[in-house]
Write a protein that binds this ligand. Structure first.
Ligand SMILES: Nc1nc2c(c(=O)[nH]1)N[C@H]1C(S)=C(S)[C@@H](COP(=O)(O)O)O[C@H]1N2
Ligand SMILES: [Mo]
Length: 322
């Protein structure tokens, strides 16, 4: 359960830091909700009570769907998407779901450092409890030309950036996945440049589409999807959506991602989806929807051009689509 500071909202405005204000408002709203919804649920659904005993965030799911984010296709069957994952920490193939269960996600902390007002480390459960969770239907497009459509639960990355209070000198956000070769057999493959790293510009991170997922299909995120917190950047190739994040660093240097270190000619920093720019080894014109035989035309920015194209206007010298 969350520790609720009953006096938090009594603080005079002048005594509260921006973080206090940010956290306490949500805490107050959340605790009110929990009292309302929790009582009925625990008597009706014994299973959810059992899960709540081990997962203090279980009570927040399902979160209310944000109707601003709709799909042009059916939601991918959970039985399919949860058994077909890219998570190289657990193997360089798609059947990693069972192996990923070895990941210990409690306790879990997120460190926020670099060009920020104050470096800090937050417990993942309390972070999830403090944020306003919502559900969004998003398309997902892997650079390997498979795609899915899923309901993520989480909060805008912009909310987390505001909470982190970056300095004006920050130009990029760099994310890092956990590193623990004792549970992640893929990390014993020493030729990979562990830990997995990804990054975005500040403008990309503040874009309304950039999302931090903590759940999927109306439940807390299963481990194979990158529990307990992962990024979701639906206009970019899937490898940008880094899983199981432990560190978020604000920096003025462009991060070099995991895949860029491995093959910079194939996987760049921007990695925006574009049907007309082939991968060096295959076409990106079409995508195969998981669980179906359906081949659909790939869309520019994965169908999100309206929201994100402006981020890239005038960037002529950059390889935006790889
Ligand atoms: N840490 C980490 N994050 C990762 C990956 C990975 O191997 N390790 N794979 C990426 C790729 S290539 C894709 S397509 C998506 C897959 O997400 P899903 O398995 O939840 O569908 O996660 C991305 N995030
Ligand atoms: Mo991917």
């Amino acid at each position: 359960m969350h520790v609720i500071h009953p006096k938090g909202w009594e603080l005079p405005e002048s005594a509260a830091t921006p973080e206090d204000v940010f956290f306490n408002r949500r805490k107050f709203l959340k605790s009110a909700l929990v009292v309302g919804a929790g009582a009925g649920l625990s008597s009706m659904v014994p299973l959810s009570a059992a899960r709540a005993a081990t997962d203090p965030t279980a009570q927040f799911y399902p979160a209310e769907r944000n109707s601003a984010f709709t799909l042009d296709r059916a939601i991918t069957d959970e039985a399919v998407s949860s058994q077909y994952n890219n998570f190289y920490e657990f193997g360089s193939h798609k059947r990693i779901a069972a192996a990923a269960q070895a990941l210990k996600i409690r306790p879990w902390t997120l460190t926020i450092d670099g060009l920020v007002e104050k470096e800090t480390t937050i417990d993942a459960d309390s972070l999830i409890g403090k944020m306003d969770l919502e559900e969004r239907l998003y398309r997902h497009r892997c650079v390997e030309a498979w795609a899915m459509a899923v309901p993520w639960t989480g909060f805008p990355l912009a909310d987390l950036i505001k909470l982190a209070a970056p300095l004006s000198s920050a130009k990029f956000v760099r994310f890092e996945t956990f590193e623990d070769a004792t549970v992640a057999s893929g990390q014993r493959q020493f030729w990979y440049p562990w830990p997995y790293v990804e990054g975005v510009t500040m403008a990309e991170g503040m874009n309304e589409l950039a999302f931090v997922a903590t759940g999927i299909y109306g439940k807390p995120l299963p481990k194979q999807f990158g529990a307990p917190i992962r990024l979701v950047l639906p206009w970019k190739y899937g490898f940008k959506s880094i899983k199981s994040i432990v560190r978020m660093t604000f920096t003025d240097e462009r991060p070099v991602s995991f895949w860029e270190q491995i093959a910079a000619t194939e996987y760049g920093f921007w990695a925006n989806v574009n049907p007309d720019v082939p991968h060096p080894r295959w076409s990106q014109a079409k995508e195969r929807m998981l669980g179906t035989d359906e081949e659909l035309p790939t869309q520019l920015y994965n169908g999100y051009a309206e929201q994100v194209a402006g981020l890239y206007s005038g960037m002529k010298g950059e390889e935006l689509y790889r």
